[in-house]
Design a protein around this ligand. Structure first.
Ligand code: NAD
Length: 250
C-alpha cells in the first residue's frame, strides 16, 4: 500500500475525477477527508470507501470561502490527527464567451476554480509545517488554461493561473519538504459540472477516446507517491496527447 497511514484531503470528491482519487487513495491505505458541497454525492463516496474497508469522513465545505476552509482543515485534524496530502480538484466552468460572461459569473468561477486552491493550500500547508514531516499537494488544472476556447473565458483564465500558482507554491513550500505539482486533464469522464458521460462528445487526441476518471486518479497517485520523488513544480498533461498534436489535421 503506497499511502498507508497517511491522511488525504480531496476536494470535489463527490463525483468523477475527485471521487476516483478518493477511492484510489483509500485503496492504497490513506484515510480520506471527502470535501464537497453536495451531501448525497459526498456521502456516496464515503460509503463506497467504507464498503471497501477504508476510512473516510464527509466535510460539507464551500472551498471558495476562507472561514469554511479553515474550519474544515481544523475538523480534519481533530478527526484524523494530521494532513499529509491535499488534492485541489474542485472547479466550475462558465461555459460562456466574453459577451455572455457577467461580472458575477467571472467572480464565481475565479473564486471556486482558483481562489479555492489558494485557500486550501494556505491552511493545509500551515498544518503540514506545524506537524512537521512535509507533505504533497496536487492541483488540478485543465488544457483550457493552455489554449483559447470559444466557450469558456473565466475558466480558461483561472486554469492558466493554476499552472503558475502551482510553480509559485512549489517554490515557496519546497523548503518545508512539501512537494507541489499539478495535472492538466482534457476530456475525462463527464464534463466539468455534469453528471453524465456523453459518448458523442468530440475528442481530438492521439488515442481517439475520452479519458476515464481512474486514469486521472492514477496520475495524481503517481504525483503524491515516492515514485515521483524528483518531480516538483510540474504540470503533467493527462490528455490523451491532445496538447502535443497538431489539431488542423494537415
Ligand atoms: N472532466 C473533464 O473532462 C475535465 C477536463 C479538464 C479539467 N478537468 C478538471 O478536473 C477537475 C474535476 O473535474 P470533474 O469533471 O471531475 O468535476 P465535477 O463537476 O464532475 O465534480 C466537481 C465536484 O466539486 C463539487 N464542488 C463544486 N463547487 C464546489 C465548492 N465551491 N466547494 C466544494 N465542492 C464543490 C461538486 O459538487 C462536484 O461533486 C476540475 O478541476 C476540472 O477543471 C476536468
Amino acid at each position: 500500500m503506497k499511502l498507508k497511514g497517511q491522511v488525504a484531503i480531496v476536494t470535489g470528491a463527490g463525483r468523477n475525477i475527485g471521487e476516483e482519487v478518493a477511492r484510489l487513495f483509500a485503496a492504497e491505505g490513506a484515510a480520506i477527508a471527502v470535501v464537497d458541497l453536495d451531501r448525497p454525492r459526498g456521502q456516496r463516496t464515503v460509503e463506497a470507501i467504507k464498503a471497501a474497508s477504508g476510512d473516510a469522513e464527509l466535510y460539507l465545505t464551500d472551498v471558495s470561502k476562507g472561514a469554511d476552509v479553515a474550519a474544515m482543515v481544523k475538523a480534519v485534524v481533530v478527526r484524523f490527527g494530521r494532513v499529509d496530502i491535499l488534492v485541489n480538484n474542485v472547479a466550475i466552468s462558465d461555459n460562456k464567451n466574453i459577451f455572455e460572461c457577467t461580472e458575477e459569473d467571472w467572480d464565481r468561477v475565479m473564486n471556486v476554480s482558483l481562489k479555492s486552491q489558494f485557500l486550501t493550500s494556505k491552511y493545509v500547508a500551515q498544518q503540514m509545517v506545524a506537524q512537521g514531516g512535509g507533505g504533497k499537494i496536487v492541483n488540478v488544472g485543465s488544457t483550457s488554461g493552455w489554449q483559447g476556447r470559444p466557450r469558456a473565458i473565466a475558466y480558461s483564465a483561472a486554469k492558466a493561473a493554476v499552472a503558475n500558482f502551482t510553480r509559485a507554491l512549489a517554490v515557496q513550500l519546497a523548503p518545508h519538504k512539501i512537494r507541489v505539482n499539478a495535472i492538466v486533464p482534457n476530456k475525462i469522464g463527464s464534463p466539468v459540472g455534469k453528471d453524465d458521460f456523453d459518448p458523442t462528445r468530440r475528442v481530438d487526441n492521439m488515442l481517439g477516446r475520452a479519458g476515464q476518471p481512474i486514469e486521472a486518479a492514477k496520475a495524481i497517485m503517481f504525483l503524491v507517491s515516492e515514485d515521483s520523488s524528483f518531480i516538483i513544480g510540474e504540470n503533467l498533461f493527462v490528455d490523451g496527447g491532445t496538447m502535443a498534436m497538431d489539431q488542423t489535421g494537415v
